[in-house]
Design a protein around this ligand. Sequence first.
Ligand SMILES: [Mg+2]
Length: 385
Amino acid sequence: MTPSAEPAAGARGTAVRSADAPAVESVETAVYTVPTGVPEADGTLAWDATTLVTVRVTAADVTGLGWSYGSPAAAEAVRAHLAAVVTGRPAWDVPAANDEMSRAVRNAARPGVIAHAVSAVDIALWDLKARLLGLPLVGLLGAARTEVPVYGSGGFTTYDDGRQDRQLRAWTEESGIPRVKIKIGESWGAREERDRDRVSRARRSVGDAVELYVDANGGYTRKQAVRLARHLDAEGVLWFEEPVSSDDPAGLAEVRAAVSADVTAGEYGYTLPYFHHMLAAGAVDCLQADVTRCGGITVWQRVAALAEARGLEISGHCAPHLHAHVAAAVPNLRHLEWFHDHVRIETALFTGALDPAGGSVRPGADGSPGHGMALRSDAERYRER
Ligand SMILES: [Mg+2]
């Protein structure tokens, strides 16, 4: 069955049509692949290029832009499953569009690639609405703060000592960012001694005043993570991301109970209930969520509310320029990830990049409508289709 752009009688979408709302006229996708500067890897994956799928939605001659990092198949998912659902809908009613998209992809399987697609469309719709109204996105969502703290994130396991040191010092000394994160768990935890050395080197690079974080990307076993945490404690590491797989929330909870660093996870959350289950398992001290995966800005705000109800903070995972505005709109934000790979791409492909000098960004401060990002004309050289 082809999903219909027109909600069935009695569907939730029918009750929210605004007479004066411009209708969404088109939904277009593109795929860009940007090579890394040098090969990059974390504990459980290696890559030498990163793919970005963009979505552009148009209404009343105004275009909104969203994107997600992941499989190029997300572009096909937008065309096959979502474009017809969104086209013709009132541009004001983004949560209704999000709900209809989620319902339309039931049999295509929403978690995974399709959640990337839904997220990119949702972000494009929020950007479109803000631009139609001439507001910065944070102004449309409503600000809870003006400053969004960031942490420098990279420290790939492929880096040699010199490159790791230069990257960390660039964040702390050149940009004044007082929080940094490196990858550990190399080769699925098989190079634990090197992990320890790299953490100690990182501490020496940044000094004692900078918050030092690590991300194992699920590379360790439970007891291995607990043993390693003694070394992390000695180096003053405050954040231990995915010590074990996020598919093992009981394991995360077990590690959390045994270590002093905050245990964090959530980057693979594709539905709101996923985050509910993770919180119910007592798996994290700080919840992470990725606006380009979880269902877009609409769902990211709800994830933040789930965390707030449990007295926890939320941290934005990757895609820093898409998190900045929604991060500024929630009260229980800890920070967002200034991820090396995505900062590089978002600076190369778009105008409007934010400046993290001093350790925070101020989304919307220049008054630009929407999220303020626009494709550069020379982005075409990275375009695949
Ligand atoms: Mg991570």
